[in-house]
Design a protein around this ligand. Structure first.
Ligand code: PHE
Length: 344
């Protein structure tokens, strides 16, 4: 029996499996229920009591040795399979990564800017945190006048008191800055984010985006304003889109108007978007009030001008039939990816 143990010990020591199958054969041969170890234990029962004393120890040591060897080989074969699968196949195609898409508001903003550029307008920008002068007073909003309530303003408190600093409620403030810094002619549009203290709903938000426009020169008339806006609408929504002007009121323009276009969704037949009227309002406009020109150091007896302002969200809603303003700021990929365009 001792010689068998010696022989198996030598065999086991020398054993090195080429794969998992060989290791399994090894286990069955030595450690299986009908394996050689089992045979040795069976044989052990038959030896004399004297021999049992010495052989018992040797047999137990051999059993431990065989089991440990198997355990070790098993672990090795498991880790080596891992390294196998880690090996990279360099012929596989690369993993693609998804390109982002332009935000619909930015797409429409770009489109609006491009149309006005073709009509000879520059692009002007200004700060989002404004003072009372640029947002209100210079624009002919009298102090404490109810017209200021047309635009629910976020004021920034200074030492607990309502100061004259606010988040701009429109980009008309950029028009003031522009006129203060030079002399006509001015022909520019002012895209930018504006803020109003409104409860958030499908139809209102506490911030939105505008494009305003200003043209000041000698002999600028309301007819110029109408022609420019008409051309803009044909370019943006397609030939044949109708426009109409309704009298309105803004402190900074006189006369003032609101412009409607024939509903882009039902083409005037009547739908939910136009509340079955066939028309939708898209912007406010008018001739710059002489007081505004004077406030900015421009001679109102020599120059006249027109101004207009529109919300990009509204223009976008009409273009893509979006009915809830909140979608624009929720960053839901399912919404945004519908506007896939090449990145420019
Ligand atoms: N500033 C106006 C608004 O935000 C829009 C406007 C601009 C109207 C210029 C007339 C002329 O509502």
């Amino acid at each position: 029996m001792q010689s068998k143990i010696d022989q198996y010990t030598a065999e086991i020591s020398a054993f090195s499996p080429a794969n998992a199958d060989e290791l399994e054969t090894f286990r069955i041969k030595y450690l299986g229920t009908k394996g050689l170890l089992k045979d040795l234990f069976d044989e052990f029962k038959t030896v004399s009591p004297e021999e049992k004393r010495t052989l018992g120890k040797t047999l137990n040591e051999f059993k431990k040795f065989a089991e440990e060897k198997y355990q070790l080989l098993k672990e090795q074969s498991e880790t080596s399979t891992d390294t196998q699968s880690d090996k990279q196949d360099l012929t596989l195609p690369g993993e693609g990564f998804a390109l982002g898409s332009r935000h619909p508001l930015m797409l429409v903003r770009k489109e609006i800017i491009e149309i006005f550029k073709k009509l000879g307008f520059n692009v002007a920008e200004g700060p989002e945190i404004e003072d009372d002068w640029h947002n209100f007073s210079a624009l002919n909003f009298p102090e404490e006048h109810p017209a200021r309530d047309m635009q629910d303003t976020f004021f920034i408190k200074k030492g607990g008191e309502k100061g004259d600093i606010a988040l701009r409620t429109h980009t008309s403030s950029v028009q003031v800055r522009m006129m203060e810094q030079g002399q006509p002619p001015f022909r520019a549009i002012m895209p930018g984010r504006v803020y109003r203290n409104e409860a958030i709903s499908a139809r209102a938000h506490c911030f939105f985006h505008q494009v305003e426009g200003l043209y000041v020169d000698e002999n600028v008339s309301f007819a110029d304003l109408k022609q420019t806006l008409f051309t803009f609408v044909q370019e943006l929504y397609g030939e044949g889109t109708k426009v109409r002007f309704r009298p309105s009121y803004f402190p900074f323009t006189e006369p003032s108007a609101e412009m409607d276009i024939s509903c882009t969704i039902c083409k005037g037949a009547g739908c939910q978007m136009c509340k079955y009227s066939g028309w939708v309002e898209i912007l406010g406009c008018g001739m710059v009030d002489p007081n505004v020109l004077e406030n900015c150091g421009i001679d109102s007896s020599k120059y006249t001008g027109y101004a207009f302002g529109m919300g990009i969200e509204r223009i976008t809603n009409l273009k893509y039939e979006i009915r809830d303003l909140r979608l624009f700021s929720e960053n839901d990929i399912r919404f945004l990816k519908q506007f896939k365009t090449e990145i420019v």
